[in-house]
Design a protein around this ligand. Sequence first.
Ligand code: MTE
Ligand code: MO
Length: 338
Amino acid sequence: MANLILQPDWQGRVHDCTPEGVYANRRAFIRQMGLGALGMAAGLTTACEHHAVDPLTTDAVVIPADPLSTISPDAPRVGLPAPRNDTYAAAPRPRTDRLAAASYNNFYEFTAAPRHVWKLTGRYRPFPWTISVEGLVQRPLTLDVEQLIRSMSLEERIYRLRCVETWSMVVPWTGFPLASLLARCNPLSRATHVQFICADRADEMPGIESQPWYAWPYYEALRLDEATNELAFIATGIYGEPLPAQHGAPLRVVLPWKYGFKGPKAVTRLVFTDSQPRTFWNDEVPEEYGFVANVNPGVPHPRWSQELDRPLGEETTYPTQLFNGYAQWVGALYPDEA
Ligand SMILES: Nc1nc2c(c(=O)[nH]1)N[C@H]1C(S)=C(S)[C@@H](COP(=O)(O)O)O[C@H]1N2
Ligand SMILES: [Mo]
């Protein structure tokens, strides 16, 4: 693949928006910028979109040829395409164009600017990769992700994803139930939650250094009854191929009934606990991003409505449904919300 060496056009613009003293109080800074955790909601994009973009003032960037050229050559291509499991079909919506999904991503370890994530993945090497299993387990383990992929029976599921910023998509993931992974971890019976801790590879993920005000690495968590719900999925592929870097290679959590930020990408540690673990966006902006974070059109974000969502690559909006249309599988987990 012929890579272009480009000086990004946003180079240097970070100074327009980054006041002195940011590092002293990054949370107050984020609030003050009105950026919120996940950047800009549809329609709320501001001049400071450039603030959120990585400056990359020191290095030239190796930009991949296109958004679909970011699949690691080292990813195992086993069991693809995987047999489709159609059990969990929410009311049908058009499938998202593959290029549209690969061109607009949230993956802050690369950049907070969704259109630029794929461009910044040129140094990322998601294989080999291990996941350490820690906390309240019979014994700590290290899992090799390639072996894990080869050992699981892979399936394809078409799921909706709803970002808290109001964009959405409908994509075919390849992978296996999160419950199958957790079963291999042998958690102790007193474990109640699992925390996911993501990669902290500053050499490969330029957003880590360019946004030092965040508490890297990204971390998320679930109650174990949520994590073992049959909808909860580990994706190792999308559109019948291994995951491109920007979708979270080598593996990411997919929870179609929760806002997208609850599904961590590039997970490298699983920690079982007996109390509710902390989560990245809840720590950053607690008044905007809760722990449970189920898709719920009746609960507006403090800065925008959650009633509608706009699929990537489309102009139309659709009414957002409670639990993103998956109430029949997860409603019983949330008696107060359902
Ligand atoms: N490690 C990590 N995981 C992450 C994020 C992130 O910034 N870092 N963003 C989340 C958000 S806000 C969304 S909407 C989804 C986006 O997934 P996609 O880019 O594959 O559509 O990833 C989630 N997982
Ligand atoms: Mo999101």
